[in-house]
Ligand binder design. Structure first.
Ligand code: DC
Length: 228
């Protein structure tokens, strides 16, 4: 099952819960892009630092990418044996992840790894290009959306839960910048597949959305994508 949508639309929680309910594996592809961004930061070759270099640091980034054995186990993200999960939601990572995820050589490596992971068994994969590019033949495709103000409210609450006070207005600005970068990049931009079920989660609870998607999987509802 492929679930796509912008930041704060509720994808992670919904996809994780749905995977548990269905007995499927859960693949959080945003965490993979965050992990490679963290790695570039650690090795001083993240895009913002390398902008002035003749190749924008791409040579060094390729070398670091090749030397980054990413693995996802039990909801944690590892680089080799190192659990990097707690580093993935920092503001440093957040400020550069859109630029990193726009790089075609990064996307190609992530795409290959995502396909290898999902080949193991039934999977709920969430991200930006799951239904459109990585798994175009997914059995079920969903596009989750929500009003920007609601997405900012949710992300601001996430930050508060992590002990970081970031106001909604600031989060909203960042969300709008990321939306623009993620949907205007050339390689695999954020876009709804025409055969995906569109769900606006504004004002809905996680349980509402999960219930709706379970009905879709079971083929019970009126919620089939138009055209299917
Ligand atoms: O879902 P998230 O906020 O953890 O995603 C982090 C970034 O990674 C986001 O800016 C877009 C990018 N991303 C992507 O380009 N393709 C994906 N399949 C998943 C995430």
């Amino acid at each position: 099952m492929a679930i796509d949508g912008p930041s704060g639309a509720g994808k992670s929680t919904v996809a994780r819960t749905l995977a548990e309910r269905l007995g499927f594996a859960f693949l959080d592809t945003g965490a993979m892009y965050r992990a490679i961004t963290w790695r570039f930061l650690e090795r001083d070759c993240a895009p913002a630092e390398c902008a002035a270099e003749p190749d924008h640091g791409h040579g060094r980034m390729r070398a670091v990418l090749a030397d980054t054995p990413l693995a996802l186990r039990a909801g944690r993200v590892f680089v080799g044996d190192r659990d990097v999960t707690s580093h993935l939601r920092t503001r440093e990572v957040e400020s550069q992840v859109s630029a990193v995820s726009a790089l075609p050589f990064v996307r190609a490596a992530m795409r290959e790894l995502q396909r290898r992971i999902a080949a193991v068994g039934p999977t709920v994969a969430e991200g930006r290009d799951m239904g459109s590019v990585v798994f175009p033949r997914a059995r079920w495709k969903v596009y989750l959306d929500a009003a920007p103000s609601e997405r900012a409210r949710r992300r601001s609450r996430d930050f508060t839960d992590q002990g970081r006070a970031v106001g909604e207005a600031e989060v909203l600005d960042e969300i709008l910048v990321r939306d623009r970068l993620d949907s205007t990049r050339v390689d695999a931009p954020l876009r709804q597949s025409p055969d995906a079920l569109y769900v606006d989660t504004t004002g809905l609870t996680i349980d509402d959305v999960v219930g709706r998607l379970l009905s879709y999987v079971r083929g019970e509802n009126d919620a089939a994508p138009s055209g299917s």
